[in-house]
Design a protein around this ligand. Structure first.
Ligand code: GDP
Length: 177
């Protein structure tokens, strides 16, 4: 951009996890490209995307990893979690089962990721108000109980995606600085 070389102060690895089809890939592309793709992937293999932003006057490169379908095969390996400072744990507010599995994903994080990992719980597809199957209060209660941050968001409308990532990255900055 404008020929200047940007000095990166920090690189933060963030993993996106949660059941299949909750919208992990779309949340990632909303945050990194401000896009929502209606006919999305079915690629296999771990991938990441980046976005560079400024938090508290520091230039931070967020390196955000997507399971790219591997969660279907329970093949998310410890390599995926290695070095991760943050996790976006996504469920779908219209799919009760995806919320019921959140506890399992938290266990997975506690088992494989660093102890100090910052976890943001995301209730995605908040645009589908008519189809809601998970009351906000259930998620608030779970998040408080497990010391997670929590937002409902929509990758489709973009609502709260930016806020959730900024909050997560600010909290990570607080941990590392
Ligand atoms: P992943 O398997 O968790 O990566 O899920 P995807 O990102 O592939 O999304 C699964 C499906 O949910 C796709 O059909 C998306 O278009 C749809 N989807 C993702 N996010 C949203 C959202 O915020 N609102 C709505 N209405 N649909 C969404």
């Amino acid at each position: 951009e404008n020929g200047q070389v940007e000095k990166i102060d920090y690189v933060f690895k963030v993993v996106v996890i949660g059941d299949s089809a909750v919208g992990k890939t779309q949340i990632l592309s909303r945050f990194t490209k401000n896009e929502f793709c209606f006919d999305s992937k079915s690629t296999i293999g771990v991938e990441f995307q980046t976005r560079t932003l400024t938090i508290k006057s520091k230039v931070i490169k967020a390196q955000i990893w997507d399971t790219a379908g591997q969660e279907r095969y329970r093949a998310v390996t410890s390599a995926y979690y290695r070095g991760a400072l943050g996790a976006m744990l996504v469920y779908d507010i219209t799919k009760r089962q995806s919320f019921d599995h959140v506890a399992r994903w938290v266990e997975e994080l506690r088992a494989h990721a660093d102890n100090s990992i910052v976890i943001m719980l995301i209730g995605n597809k908040a645009d589908l108000v008519e189809l809601r199957a998970v009351p906000t209060e259930d998620a608030v209660e779970f998040a408080e109980d497990q010391s997670l941050f929590f937002f409902e968001a929509s990758a489709l409308s973009g609502d709260n995606v930016e806020s959730a990532f900024f909050k997560l990255l600010e909290e990570i900055y607080g941990v590392v600085s």
